[in-house]
Design a protein around this ligand. Sequence first.
Ligand code: SF4
Ligand code: SF4
Length: 381
Amino acid sequence: MRNLVTIKDNPLVRVVNYIYDYQDPQEIYIPILNKSTFKMYDYIYKNTYLGDSIVSISGKIVGSKKVFYQNNYVPALKIKNDFKENTTTKKRRRKINNKEELINTLEKYHLNNIIEKLNKDADSLIISSIDEEIYSLKEFMCLATNYNEILETINELLRILNISSSLIAIKNTNSKSIQNVKSIIGTYPFIKIKLVPDNYLISYPKFLCEYLNFSEDKTIILTSNDIYDIYNVLYKAKDISETLVTLSGDVLEKSLIINTRIGVSLEELTKKYLNILNSDYDIYLNGYLKGIKVNDLKDIIITKDIDSVVFKLREDTPEEECINCGACQKICPFKINVKKCYFKNLNHKLCIGCGLCNFVCPANINLRKVVRRDSVEEENN
Ligand code: SF4
Ligand code: SF4
């Protein structure tokens, strides 16, 4: 059994266990990765796709700027909300009979990350409601809130994928999800619950399969949010224009979870919901340990792949000399010789950038930056 560690949270940074709903942004930004045919003042309907990005409101293009998207700064169109929610096409719900039909349907909704996970010859299905980092509650809250829809959809997926049973993995500390799922699981004889320890990285597919004793090659692993997206597509023919994001940090008056339209700027969300108590902070997208540090909240837009934003008091602790303590290699889940890689300026093909080596290094050396070659951090620092 792999030795995974538990990261203790900061009791001052507790996330409010309630979902705020932000459905009326003033404007949104759509990243443009390829040349766009749209120009200033063109009207864009809600649920239009520009590349793989959904337009989550309706309104006119009123400008453009660079935003941080998929680890790069890319141009984005600014769309001003007319609050009319105008759409052009209505999609129809239809019965799905097999995996091929499911994938074809998901393609129409640009749910490529789910399609990627489905694209294997599997005989098992695991649903993970585990958030990797302690200050992301996206998966936990999705299951805790939408457990009826999620179980119904898992049951339907078993039929579509021709898989005999499924397992929902829930952290043993997530009592709200456990209680809610247990209250209805009796209706679904082919779905079981498995409680997992509150360890960092246990949601990583390889480690989750190891812990649950499943073959990774033969197992489809979907998250609670994936299942809820599939539910909206299969049962409601609804485009996925919203996402859950956790905002937390030691410079905030309170930390919270927001269901927001995709494409809204972090600046707008911050103005609406947060009181930042100290201006000397760093921003981490998708976690403090594993996430990416960014310079300015004005550049950030909330997309499907952003689970959490951490506002962390800036620490100006200088790097010191390595004291050869060996802690980095000891804690690395792959037992990589991190120190050697760092000092020889080598990356390592097994490194998943989990940040544990940085976290334990008493000399404050940014080991992950070299071992994983995280180009964004290099660029910013
Ligand atoms: S960031 Fe890479 S090298 Fe460091 S502990 Fe994680 S996997 Fe190991
Ligand atoms: S944890 Fe830091 S100080 Fe200890 S061996 Fe690794 S690099 Fe050196």
